[in-house]
Ligand binder design. Structure first.
Ligand SMILES: C[S@@+](CC[C@H](N)C(=O)[O-])C[C@H]1O[C@@H](n2cnc3c(N)ncnc32)[C@H](O)[C@@H]1O
Length: 302
């Protein structure tokens, strides 16, 4: 629409020049009413763009959502503490509260990497390693998972040991905002339900971009806000009212499953998130909404 309007403006400007209006322009220093109107339209257009762009960052950066509002700790420490607290019940709650759909979402996200055949994969915010384990369907040489919660990593390590996968998956303590790996070190960087928890989203994404090899692909799975009526209304009722009660009781943490809907609500999704990926430097970005938009996969190439 904007493009058409712009094209119309350009063609009307061209017509004006070829239809003898230059005479008017040279005979008077004052702009003609037509040029004045075009100027005003451009000004209004530019003014509309600035707040629109700013809102994408404001949505998340200024409205910092933390799990334990009464605690002095910064978001990163609070998130690590929260996942340490709920680590033993995290897998159970994940499958219970999503009715098992989370398994399908992870599978779907990993499938998007099939054509790329990545050999070195980094799973950021790996938690209990479900996404890292799922990525083995791509037959990579090595998968490294990093997370800031030792409690989650311990559960992940137990799982990997039981499945005899220690030779291929390695888990280590690591912060997405300060990855210890060399530049261009991985063919794929993947994250499931992690980016929403980063303290500084842009730093985390920039760090992931740095360690990804050129031509490598990022795949991000994250909750988003559903948009289909009446599913949206029903889901919102469940997500905001029922899920926190069940989640907080079973996890024995009073804040974790209240933080979940709050953080999803405040997090940029859809085209807003795609814009942030583009700003980080990713190309050929794509957005795949899943299950009426409850969840989304975002991909991009370095
Ligand atoms: C909801 S869990 C997701 C775990 C796993 N990826 C999955 O699919 O179930 C989010 C994880 O992100 C981790 N996390 C949050 N901020 C992080 C950061 N800055 N660096 C690394 N991990 C982080 C948390 O510790 C937690 O284990």
């Amino acid at each position: 629409m904007r493009f058409t309007a712009k094209a119309r403006e350009c063609s009307s400007r061209q017509q004006a020049t070829t239809a003898g209006e230059p005479g008017e322009a040279t005979s008077s220093i004052l702009p003609t009413p037509r040029y004045f109107i075009i100027f005003c339209k451009r000004l209004v257009y530019i003014c509309q763009q600035v707040p629109e762009r700013k809102n994408i960052e404001d949505t998340f950066m200024n409205k910092e959502i933390r799990p334990y509002k009464e605690k002095e700790l910064g978001k990163k420490d609070q998130v690590a503490l929260m996942f340490d607290n709920i680590s033993k019940r995290y897998d159970l709650l994940n499958h219970l509260l999503s009715l098992g759909i989370d398994v399908y979402w992870r599978k779907k996200a990993i499938k998007l990497l099939q054509a790329h055949k990545p050999q070195r994969i980094l799973d950021v915010a790996t938690g209990t390693a479900d996404f890292a384990i799922q990525s083995l369907s791509l037959r990579p040489h090595k998968v490294v998972g990093v997370d800031i919660s030792d409690g989650m990593l311990d559960i992940g390590r137990e799982k990997i040991k039981k499945k005899n996968l220690e030779h291929i998956i390695e888990l280590e303590h690591g912060d997405s905002e300060n990855l210890r790996f060399d530049d261009n070190n991985f063919d794929a960087v993947i994250v499931a339900f992690g980016v929403r928890n980063f303290e500084h989203l842009e730093n985390g994404l920039a760090s992931m971009y740095r360690v990804l090899d050129s031509g490598g692909r990022v795949v991000i799975l994250e909750f988003s806000k559903p948009f289909v009526f009446p599913f949206k209304q029903l889901y919102n009722f469940y997500f905001n009212s029922i899920l926190p009660i069940i989640g907080n009781i079973i996890s024995k943490d009073n804040a974790a499953y209240t933080y979940l809907p709050e953080s999803v609500q405040a997090f940029p999704d859809g085209q807003d998130f795609i814009q942030i990926l583009k700003d980080t430097g990713f190309k050929q970005t794509e957005w795949f909404p899943l299950t009426f938009g409850i969840c989304s996969i975002y991909t991009g190439i370095k």
